[in-house]
Design a protein around this ligand. Structure first.
Ligand code: PAF
Length: 285
């Protein structure tokens, strides 16, 4: 496994093309490994960057306590046939950086985390520029992030192929995330209710769209409110629970049969996000 620690070293083209960049903030879990496997399956050499990006944390967020585990991360990557790793110094990455503004950042996570996606898109752009990958892999759990990166690619990096990896879940359905490390085992089981609620909502919405398509749009608000109440009753503080058009993050208006159910909650002071994209025309889950 090739380990590169500076942009200077990158200028000697250490990674073997075609390679796919998997940007991470470390503290790797099997969700990340899944991104790596997807790159390999699509015939790209996986290159993982590990950089806890200060630009994407708000002043009251967990930048200082964000879990860091570099030695373990490197072992895990090696065991999983990672081709290359880029571990830059903060100072070098941030020097003369071009600050970008993310689109659609007034919605969902962007609304409750002002500046977050500007920080993400600024760093990912920098990583694309210095690493010059042929492809990149992002996970579907961060749905809004995926849309923003696709937009960045369209605007500035058209040659980079975007690969999307499905959300990885634990055996109870909880979406894998580095922030799950803040929860103990029984809290993780409680937190898996989020996915159960999303799945329940999905079934109800699909059924309603089949039996009562005429009133479907007017019923959405009451379904949303009903599930928000149910979730809150279980001790979650709901940041948002929204039913949207997955292409635009605008309110769902039946422009297509695809609907995004997106949720963010605080549970034991940990912010957790999840989503499902459902096809209202299909009867399967
Ligand atoms: O998804 C993440 O871990 C981060 O937002 C990313 C893409 C590595 C940018 O810092």
């Amino acid at each position: 496994m090739i380990i590169v620690k500076s942009i200077e070293q990158l200028s000697h083209n250490p990674f073997k093309p075609p390679f796919a960049l998997i940007p991470t903030m470390g503290n790797l879990h099997s969700g990340h490994i899944n991104l790596l496997r997807l790159a390999i399956n699509k015939n790209f050499n996986p290159v993982v960057s590990i950089f806890v990006n200060p630009l994407q944390f708000g002043p009251n967020e967990d930048l200082k306590s964000y879990p860091r585990s570099l030695e373990r991360d490197l072992d895990v990557l090696k065991e999983n046939n990672c081709h290359g790793v880029f571990i830059p110094e903060q100072e070098e990455i941030l020097k003369n950086i071009e600050n970008l503004n993310a689109p659609i950042s007034d919605k969902l996570c962007g609304k409750s985390r002002p500046g977050h996606f500007d920080g993400v898109v600024t760093i990912v752009n920098r990583l694309f520029e210095v690493i010059k990958p042929e492809a990149c892999v992002f996970g579907a759990k961060d749905f809004q992030q995926q849309l923003i990166i696709k937009h960045l690619i369209k605007e500035k990096h058209r040659h980079i192929k975007f690969l999307s990896a499905p959300t990885q879940r634990d055996e109870n359905g909880l979406a894998l995330s580095s922030r799950n490390n803040y929860l103990n085992e029984s809290e993780k089981i409680e937190a898996s209710l989020i996915f159960k609620f999303l799945s329940g909502m999905s079934s109800e919405l699909k059924l309603l769209s089949r039996v009562n398509q005429k009133n479907f749009l007017s019923e959405l608000k009451s379904i949303q409110e009903k599930y928000q109440r149910k979730i809150e009753e279980k001790g979650f503080e709901v940041d948002y629970l929204e039913l949207l058009d997955p292409a635009t993050l605008e309110r769902f208006e039946y422009n297509s049969n695809k609907m995004l159910i997106a949720i963010a909650v605080f549970f034991k002071e940990v912010r957790l996000i999840d989503n499902l994209v459902i096809d209202l025309a299909s009867s399967s889950q």
